[in-house]
Design a protein around this ligand. Structure first.
Ligand code: 0O2
Length: 212
């Protein structure tokens, strides 16, 4: 039979996973509601698509090792902020801010940290708005704040980020460094396209969706 410490660790891991699942579902439900209500009111699709995932155990271990942290559930809970992750894709640049503002009005969610890679892109050109959201989960031991990472970006930014991710994870790509440099340059075109598309959107929708 498996040693009791191991069984206990497995139970703990299941309890943690459940908390992250519940917290992520809560944020997803809120986003779904916001997007449906917005569409009803303005006839305008705020959210293009969304993806969500609980980080795979191998990725959690890899990240803890990279950060030189102990391989414990406690270290994971306190130091990794993207165990539960949602990626929200919007069409236009100004929609990023609209979603951020709408989320800020939700009294039961707290934005704990903002990483604005849109106004401050990463040196490689990566653009996205990352919010770490604290979600109250009422466990049998009482309330617990569970973190969910929400990445909000436009379709164009997502197009760029997905290719960049692929390039970095793919092995044996010839001229990988040159391609990375080339992608970094293309990021400027993404910024320009997003701004120009936003101008068109402003003119198309006038001030109808300008609620803020
Ligand atoms: P995966 O496979 O997406 O899960 P922190 O400890 O919070 O300061 P962290 O966790 O690296 O450091 O935070 P950050 O910068 O917010 O990045 C978290 C996630 O954003 C990454 O998760 C990626 O999903 C995405 N991301 C960040 N930088 C880049 C980038 O340069 N290119 C692309 N394509 N995505 C990026 P993971 O765990 O790295 O990977």
């Amino acid at each position: 039979p498996a040693p009791p410490e191991l069984l206990q660790a497995v139970d703990q891991l299941k309890a943690y996973s459940l908390r992250y699942e519940v917290a992520m579902k809560l944020v997803l439900d809120k986003l779904e509601y916001i997007s449906q209500e917005y569409e009803l009111r303005y006839g305008y699709a705020l959210i293009d698509s969304k993806q969500s995932r609980i980080k795979a155990p191998e990725s959690i271990i890899g990240k803890l090792q990279r950060k030189h942290l102990p391989l414990t559930l406690d270290a994971m809970f306190h130091n990794l902020h993207d165990i539960a992750g949602i990626r929200l894709i919007v069409r236009f640049l100004s929609d990023v801010k609209t979603v951020e503002d709408l989320l800020a009005t939700q009294a039961d969610l707290k934005v704990l940290r903002v990483k604005d890679y849109i106004n401050h892109p990463k040196p490689n050109g990566y653009q996205s708005l990352h919010l770490i959201i604290g979600v109250p989960v009422y466990t049998v031991d009482g309330p617990n704040i569970v973190e969910v990472e929400l990445q909000i970006r436009t379709i164009a930014m997502n197009f760029w980020a997905s290719l960049e991710h692929e390039l970095n994870y793919k092995k044996n790509v010839p001229n990988q460094v040159a391609l990375q440099r080339s992608l970094t340059k293309k990021a400027r075109l993404i910024t320009q396209l997003d701004q120009e598309m936003d101008d068109i959107k402003e003119r198309m929708y006038d001030q109808k969706t300008d609620t803020h």
